[in-house]
Design a protein around this ligand. Structure first.
Ligand code: GLA
Length: 383
């Protein structure tokens, strides 16, 4: 965890003193299963993790937001009362998108001085951006002295990211950063936004995240391509299956009945989403019932589907999952997050965790970073 006192002293250096500041944090997330299903109105099973963005913030008397990132050693400024053209590719866009969209959604957001620091690895598929957005949203909403409406805040952050970065992401990451619960995964229905918290009992198992350290450049545009392909599949299928709104509404047997109507690529994209929704519901049940062999098979099947049907895996991720499968005591492993690099998530028996790390590094290279993560709470004020 980032030391809040460190961020406070950085605040003093930037803004003169730390009187009246308030401190907030929001976590990154690892997704256990349910990948690329959120923007298809489907199901996801993320876990908020014990890696956070910490925000130290103080209200100003004007409409200016000044933000300093300890990680980047860079500052940005914008005026909430004056919109300027969006310059893509700036890290401050995550802050500006959040602040402006919260305002548009009716939150009272005023000028604020902000210093932030994060220990969520960037570009690793652990949602460093949603963690930053929710931590900033928590600060802006609380400084305006208004109810902490987590759902509306998460939706504003998601929309801010759409507008300010062009990544047409789903709701999973912001939702996990907002609603995470200690010791629990969240089974979220991305259509109704209803969720249930499922205990992740880690007395016997550890949750290990392996970071390939690779992020392919095409990730953002390929993500939007997948989203478009899913919408195209729905457009074709609704001619044959009236009333469907999203791939969530299509069963595997219906998809197969109309398979020849779809271009082959669209069939595979839809097949992934539809089978992944079923796997996610089954995995939530297996987790609840502690049926780890069932969970393991579902996680491996998810990875295969992402590799072959959805084509968002990478050689590095495949190597990690293929290696994990051969290590005793591994109760499931798969890529996690958007893909094209990033991380895998593995459930490993506690007393085999050391051996797991050793064998994974032996196969991948000693530079492989492995993090042990714990299911942790969502955004909160910490002091
Ligand atoms: C990214 C997006 C999420 C989700 C995942 C894939 O993390 O931000 O909304 O679509 O990819 O499951």
């Amino acid at each position: 965890m980032v030391a809040p006192n460190n961020v406070r002293s950085e605040f003093t250096q930037c803004f003169g003193d730390d009187s009246d500041v308030r401190v907030f944090c929001a976590p990154g997330r690892v997704n256990l299963i349910g990948e690329h299903t959120d923007y298809n109105d489907g199901f996801v099973l993320p876990i908020a993790i014990d890696r956070n963005t910490v925000v130290v913030a103080r209200a100003r008397n004007d409409s200016i937001i000044r933000v300093y990132s300890v990680n980047r050693k860079q500052e940005g400024t914008f005026d909430l009362d004056h919109a300027t053209p969006i310059q893509k590719g700036q890290w401050t866009n995550y802050v500006e998108g959040t602040a402006r969209l919260l305002r548009q959604k009716g939150f009272r957001i005023g000028g604020t001085d902000i210093v932030l620091e994060s220990d969520v690895p960037v570009g690793a598929g652990l949602s460093s951006s949603a963690s930053l957005e929710m931590a900033v949203a928590a600060a802006l909403v609380r400084l305006g002295d208004q109810p902490f409406d987590r759902e509306r805040m998460a939706l504003a952050c998601q929309e801010g990211e759409h507008e300010y970065t062009g990544a047409m992401i789903g709701i999973m990451d912001q939702f996990a950063a907002a609603f995470g619960e200690e010791g629990h995964a969240l089974l979220l229905d991305c259509r109704s936004l209803e969720f249930i918290a499922i205990p992740v009992l880690l007395e016997h198992h550890a949750l290990l995240v392996c970071d390939t350290g690779v992020k392919h450049d095409l990730a953002a545009s390929a993500y939007n391509d997948r989203r478009r392909e899913c919408a195209e599949a729905v457009e074709i299928l609704e001619k044959f299956i009236p009333g469907i709104r999203a791939l969530r509404d299509v069963s595997e047997s219906k998809l197969n009945a109309y398979a020849t109507e779809l271009p082959e690529v669209l069939y595979r994209r839809a097949h992934h989403v539809i089978t992944e929704n079923a796997r996610t519901l089954a995995a939530a049940e297996a987790l609840q019932e502690r049926q780890y062999t069932v969970l393991a098979e579902l996680m491996y099947a998810s990875h295969e589907s992402l590799r072959k049907d959805y084509e968002v895996s990478s050689p590095e991720l495949d190597l990690l999952v293929d290696t994990a499968r051969t290590i005793p005591g591994v109760a499931g492993s798969r890529m996690t997050g958007g893909g094209f690099g990033g991380c895998t998530v593995s459930f490993v028996e506690q007393d085999r965790a050391e051996e797991f790390m050793f064998r994974m590094r032996e196969a991948y290279g000693t530079e492989l970073k492995v993090y042990t993560v714990r299911a942790s709470p969502g955004a909160e004020e910490i002091c």
